[in-house]
Ligand binder design. Structure first.
Ligand code: ZN
Length: 292
């Protein structure tokens, strides 16, 4: 590798950290997936990889798009620190400080969903939109929201996965998988909740009744977003959306729930799947670093 300028980033997920280096246009040059273990070990392996991969280049910026809850306020003393009890081993770990000290660069930190949203707005399914939401539906559910020129929820970040839902009529006895809420989006519609009802989502037939339940709940989420801040695009990503039939069911349930109230973009345009697929978080992390 010649001595050129690179931009680095990490999509820090709960089970895997995806590290990458890109050129100044954001095109990925090298990537590496690192399984999550202890904070010290995971961060050391990531740093070793980044420093080796960028050994003959100049690293110009670095961004981290992380699982949360995390302090995303640049004015805060604990900016970049994982907080809360979602992953107890990691609580109190300051990702920003560890990477910044070793790399000798300022490091920008935001949530994984804000990273994915930024990438989709610059290069993916929400390109050209002035406002958008990115909802990830995996083991948990989170959302990044963007309007009026910035991410919403500052100086913190939304915890949209825990909004309350109306129960589907065929789902009144299922016990929420969220330890805090008997009725929240994550507790009822995450991949973990679908698995608890019906087994591995990837092995479920498209006509399994659980899909209508999932679509109803995710449509309620889209309805809440639309009625709250009128985003031009709502992107649903994450593992559960690998089921190709799900997005059309969400759109149909959304149209039914809206009841014809409000003129809005056709749901086929309003509600979308990611344009960047699995790379959105990593590309977003690198873009965060460049914009920091
Ligand atoms: Zn909850």
């Amino acid at each position: 590798m010649t001595a050129h300028k690179l931009h680095g980033g990490i999509d820090a997920g709960g089970t895997t950290f995806k590290c990458g280096l890109a050129d100044r246009t954001g095109a990925l040059i090298e990537t590496r997936r690192i399984p999550v273990s202890t904070p010290d070990e995971t961060i050391s392996v990531c740093l070793d990889w980044v420093m080796a991969a960028a050994a003959n280049a100049t690293l110009k910026s670095f961004g981290i798009a992380s699982f949360g809850p995390i302090d995303v306020d640049p004015q805060s003393e604990s900016y970049g620190t994982i907080t809360g009890s979602a992953k107890p081993d990691w609580s109190g770990t300051n990702l920003r400080a560890r990477f910044s000290e070793t790399l000798g660069l300022p490091v920008t930190v935001d949530t994984d969903v804000n990273g994915a949203l930024l990438a989709e707005m610059r290069k993916g399914a929400a390109r050209g939109c002035a406002s958008a939401a990115y909802v990830t539906v995996g083991t948990g559910i989170g959302a990044g929201l963007y309007a009026n020129g910035g991410f919403l929820g500052r100086p913190s970040h939304p915890e949209f996965g825990h909004i309350a839902l109306r129960r589907h009529r065929d789902d009144d006895t299922f016990e929420s998988v969220c330890p805090f809420h008997p009725d929240c989006l994550e507790g009822l519609a995450s991949a973990r909740a679908i698995r608890a009802r019906a087994g591995d989502p990837e092995a479920l037939a498209p006509d399994h009744p659980v899909w209508d339940i999932a679509a109803d709940y995710l449509a309620q989420a889209a309805r809440a977003l639309t009625l709250t801040f009128r985003p031009e695009r709502i992107i649903f990503g994450g593992g559960l959306l690998l089921a190709p039939h799900l997005i059309a069911r969400i759109r149909a349930a959304f149209d039914k729930q809206m009841g014809g109230y409000l003129e809005h973009a056709p749901s086929s345009r309003l509600i979308a799947t990611p344009g960047l697929g699995d790379d959105a978080g990593l590309i977003g992390a690198i873009l965060l670093g460049q914009s920091g």
